[in-house]
Unconditional design. Structure first.
Length: 278
């Protein structure tokens, strides 16, 4: 009797296991139909700062439904079970984060870069245009608050000789894009590696925080490059940067101005000021 009861118990246990197994498989099938098959995706295992070099401790593999895969995400359909990480992941080591990547975010190809011939200034220049550098100070460079990608107007203060009274001001170019400030280029790895003179260790100086630059580089058409070269070659000429909203592309007609235009008729009658009156 006990043997029969034991046999029935085992039978019903196997039946129950079968139904549970079938139920789980049906749920998995439904999930695959709804979300697609699973893929291995590379995610950040910790917060990665902008311009930080990525090493093998900063990312991990995670299995997710293919439907949740982000465009350009680094992922793998299959993986060799004998490998802890796919060999293709090795190329991630040494790349640099273009933007901050939060822990748990999928690492996508548009969030990382590496030093190569396509970084730097030249690839940023629109075909048919030229890059020209302009010296700046805090007074002429909007307190050095400009950055790559900003759009500006260039105002020329031109010396015609004969003292300050003969200087004129003219807006030379409008809606000009800044390609770089100093050595900071938008698609470059914005940092300088320096050696500590005391400890001998390398230290990284982020160019995104650098305000010691003395020039900015703008993108202009070839004839405009000649105009800037001529003005910059003049001893007392100055070019002042006027920052504008990136969404503001309107170009306004503006003429040339001198001191007589600013001060009006009184200046024409008495150019030396009140002290010269008798």
């Amino acid at each position: 009797m006990n043997n029969k009861a034991l046999t029935l118990s085992l039978f019903f246990s196997f039946v129950a296991i079968y139904f549970v197994y079938s139920y789980v498989n049906s749920i998995e099938d439904d999930a695959k139909k709804k979300y697609g098959t699973s893929v291995l995706v590379v995610k950040a295992s910790k917060d990665i700062k902008e311009q930080e070099t990525i090493n093998d401790t900063m990312f991990k593999l995670e299995l997710i439904p293919k439907r949740f895969l982000e465009p350009a995400a680094v992922s793998f359909e299959e993986i060799n079970k004998n490998d802890e990480k796919p060999r293709d992941l090795k190329y991630l080591v040494g790349t640099v984060a273009i933007v901050p990547i939060r822990a748990g975010e999928q690492i996508t190809l548009n969030k990382i870069t590496e030093p190569n011939v396509r970084t730097g200034l030249a690839p940023q220049i629109t075909p048919g245009r030229r890059a020209v550098s302009i010296p700046v100070t805090e007074m002429t460079g909007v307190s050095k608050l400009v950055k790559p990608g900003d759009r500006v107007d260039l105002i020329g203060v031109l010396d015609r000789g004969g003292g300050k009274e003969n200087r004129i001001v003219k807006t030379l170019l409008q809606d000009v894009v800044i390609l770089s400030v100093g050595k900071n280029v938008s698609n470059n790895i914005a940092r300088i590696v320096e050696q500590d003179p005391f400890g001998g260790k390398e230290k990284i100086k982020p160019l995104t925080e650098d305000i010691t630059f003395t020039s900015v580089t703008v993108e202009v058409e070839p004839p405009q490059a000649q105009v800037l070269a001529l003005i910059l070659a003049g001893g007392e000429n100055t070019i002042i940067i006027s920052l504008r909203n990136n969404d503001d592309t309107e170009r306004v007609g503006m003429g040339t101005m001198g001191l007589e235009d600013v001060l009006g008729g009184e200046y024409s009658r008495n150019p030396r000021g009140p002290a010269s009156r008798k």
